[in-house]
Ligand binder design. Structure first.
Ligand code: 5GP
Length: 649
């Protein structure tokens, strides 16, 4: 049996306890117990042990508490069909009375306060304190204070009352009219005031809206009493191949709705809530069933499904902002490889660089998202790890990997000096600073203005053709494209002019600018320094032309933080054989190991920097590659592109 906490998963210890404890009620998928590595098996054993302990404890706690007979569906049907029950009967009375009782117990009366003060006064010996208490007692006896206190008590009782999960009536307007009729001949002050209130057009409009909303809800759900518990009947339409979009978990012998996923029938209906216990589905008793059985059962059901639920007693937290957050993923994710995803069938796989639309962060550990482009053909959102949850996992993984790499030393030798211990503490605190662990970056759509074109950076290993592509663009359309004028510390040659071929600067001036981070890239050639400054690129951007850059991957970080909003295209090599043929046309005859090295270099670049690439062109054929490059550059004018939101602030 699987048990779990209702709250979110608060890492490490509880991470282990939370893995796969939910099941999509009806999504197709593998068995949730599928775990691959021996490491995970150990985890699962620990989890099972933990769960067994928890189950025993829960059983002890709840022994005697459950008085619902799960096999009482016939009786229940009769109850729900009885027109006297359900919507016409205010069914929350029991609950409200209980609340009222407890809350009135919480509120001390003024008499009780006075009594307590008298008792305190008797215990005090010094006259000053006795005088103070006397003053308080005088205050308590005042009518104004008593009035204020009774208002406070009434308000706080009202506030502490659990708000009903369903409307009590859909006839508020009728009730108002009835009250008005009764008040017709009433001339008392309160009666006149109430009459004025009830005939106020704003209040009448509010009642009208209330009744229409309540009417809709009550048409779909019946609230009734069932052996002392408030239960509700909910009807949902389930299409044959469309999942409901909810997950369930076992809580001792109960089956509880654990998560409602955006875009599914459950969420659209608004009738199933997290924490609701499912007693029956279409008359079939659910309590005592394993979540896998519930899943199998629901997978076969379609059409109108009638759920009998014990509504969650939790007051629904205010939903998080429903604005969608767009992110670019900086890691690959495969839910089938993640033993901690609460429901594997609902996990969303993605790759480094993918744009994801995060539509819910209600559970900070497991966001709900769509992959860019999937929204239309994939109605149901998928689960992805939340940002800080993923950062913590990555950090933990890193710590474990680092530890396993440390040489095993005997304890006496491993004992550290005070100084060393201090050092290791500061290392740890560095580990808990997750900001350097890249997970997701928030993105926004950006459409470049006609007079400020984004610089285009071509990246790739040498001999993959990015230099040739740049040269071709420059020669065909010199009025549209330009390169930034570089800086150098060498002396100008006879035909060279400062600011045209190069910006000629002294070594010390170059080094000062380099230290100040003014260069996107730089290098040394025959004892002279060369480099491209952000200012040179900006100069081209301001002139309305597209600045073309051929860069090394290490320049990407500086370029991205320069507010130049670069568009980065990776020029990848084709197969080894094709690359050899292409280079032969340029009279180059690289050795097989050199070709292999180019391809390996490209793979490494993609592995380490792929998430920074906006597009990739595989250079199979120079002509095709050129056209693809032109198409991508034209698209910057016609379509908005995703850029880090931080670029737009
Ligand atoms: P030259 O001094 O003959 O003009 O160029 C010498 C070398 O410096 C060439 O290999 C050229 O590619 C390189 N170079 C020119 N501009 C830059 C630059 O902006 N950055 C870097 N890293 N090298 C450059």
């Amino acid at each position: 049996m699987i048990t779990s906490h209702m709250n979110g998963y608060v890492h490490e210890a509880s991470v282990h306890a939370k893995s796969h404890n939910e099941r999509a009620v009806d999504c197709p998928g593998e068995q949730s117990s599928l775990v691959k590595s021996p490491h995970c098996v150990a985890h699962m054993e620990r989890i099972q042990h933990y769960q067994e302990e928890l189950r025993k404890k829960r059983e002890e706690d709840s022994r005697g508490k459950h008085d619902i007979d799960p096999n009482a569906s016939l009786r229940l049907k009769k109850l729900s069909q009885n027109p006297k029950l359900g919507i016409d009967n205010p069914t929350f009375e029991g609950k409200e009375n209980t609340t009222k009782d407890t809350s009135s117990q919480d509120h001390v009366t003024v008499e009780e306060l006075l009594q307590a003060m008298k008792w305190v006064q008797q215990c005090l010996t010094d006259s000053q304190s006795q005088q103070d208490v006397e003053l308080i007692m005088q205050l308590l006896a005042k009518q104004d204070f008593r009035n204020a206190y009774s208002i406070y008590t009434a308000v706080s009782q009202q506030m502490s009352r659990v708000s009903p999960t369903s409307p009590l009536t859909a006839q508020a307007q009728d009730l108002c009219r009835e009250v008005q009729k009764i008040l017709q001949s009433n001339q008392q002050k309160e009666g006149l005031e109430l009459k004025a209130l009830l005939t106020n057009p704003h209040l009448q409009a509010l009642m009208q809206v209330h009744d229409s909303v309540a009417g809709q809800e009550m048409a779909e759900e019946n609230v009734t009493q069932y052996l002392g518990e408030t239960v509700k009947l909910v009807r949902l339409e389930k299409a044959r191949d469309t999942p409901l979009g909810a997950t369930v978990r076992n809580d001792v012998d109960s089956v509880v709705v654990s998560r409602v996923v955006k875009g599914g029938a459950a969420e659209r209906s608004g009738l199933l809530s997290e924490g609701d216990e499912i007693l029956e589905i279409n008359g079939i008793s659910i309590r005592g069933k394993h979540i896998n059985e519930v899943h199998d059962l629901l997978q076969q059901m379609h059409g109108t499904l009638t759920f009998l639920l014990i509504p969650s007693s939790q007051i629904k937290p205010a939903p998080h902002r429903h604005t969608v957050m767009h992110v670019r993923a900086y890691f690959d994710y495969d839910p089938s490889d993640d033993p901690f995803v609460p429901c594997r069938e609902l996990g969303l796989s993605f790759q480094k660089g993918d744009i994801l639309h995060v539509i819910s962060q209600d559970d900070p550990n497991w966001w709900q998202a769509y992959r860019d482009g999937d929204e239309d053909n994939q109605p149901l959102a998928g689960l992805i790890p939340g940002k800080s949850f993923q950062q913590q996992r990555e950090s933990l993984k890193k710590t474990i990997t680092d530890k396993s790499r440390e040489p095993q030393v005997k304890h006496w030798y491993a004992k550290k000096s005070k100084k060393q211990r201090k050092k290791s503490t500061s290392n740890f605190s560095k580990n808990t600073d997750y900001d350097d662990i890249l997970t997701y970056e928030e993105m926004s759509l950006y459409h470049q203005p006609a007079n400020r074109k984004r610089p285009v950076a071509l990246i790739g290993p040498t001999n993959c053709g990015h230099d040739e592509l740049r040269r071709r663009l420059l020669s065909i359309e010199p009025e549209m494209f330009a390169v930034a004028v570089p800086h150098t510390t060498r002396n100008p040659r006879i035909h060279e002019r400062n600011g045209r071929e190069y910006h000629f600067v002294s070594r010390s001036a170059f080094e000062t600018d380099l230290t100040a981070g003014k260069f996107i890239e730089s290098g040394e050639y025959e004892k002279n320094l060369y480099g491209t400054s952000t200012d040179s690129v900006r100069h081209i951007v301001n002139s309305g032309r597209i600045c073309l850059l051929c860069l090394h991957t290490r320049s990407l970080r500086v370029l991205r933080s320069s507010n130049l909003k670069p568009y980065v295209i990776f020029i990848a090599p084709p197969s080894q054989e094709r690359l050899r043929t292409l280079l032969a046309t340029e009279s180059k005859t690289p050795k097989p190991e050199e070709l292999k090295e180019i391809i390996e270099k490209a793979r490494e670049m993609e592995r380490n920097f792929g998430h920074f690439f906006d597009a990739t062109i595989v250079n199979m054929d120079p002509e095709q590659a050129f056209h693809e490059l032109r198409r991508l550059i034209d698209k910057l004018d016609t379509e908005p592109q995703w850029v880090p939101t931080s670029w737009l602030c």
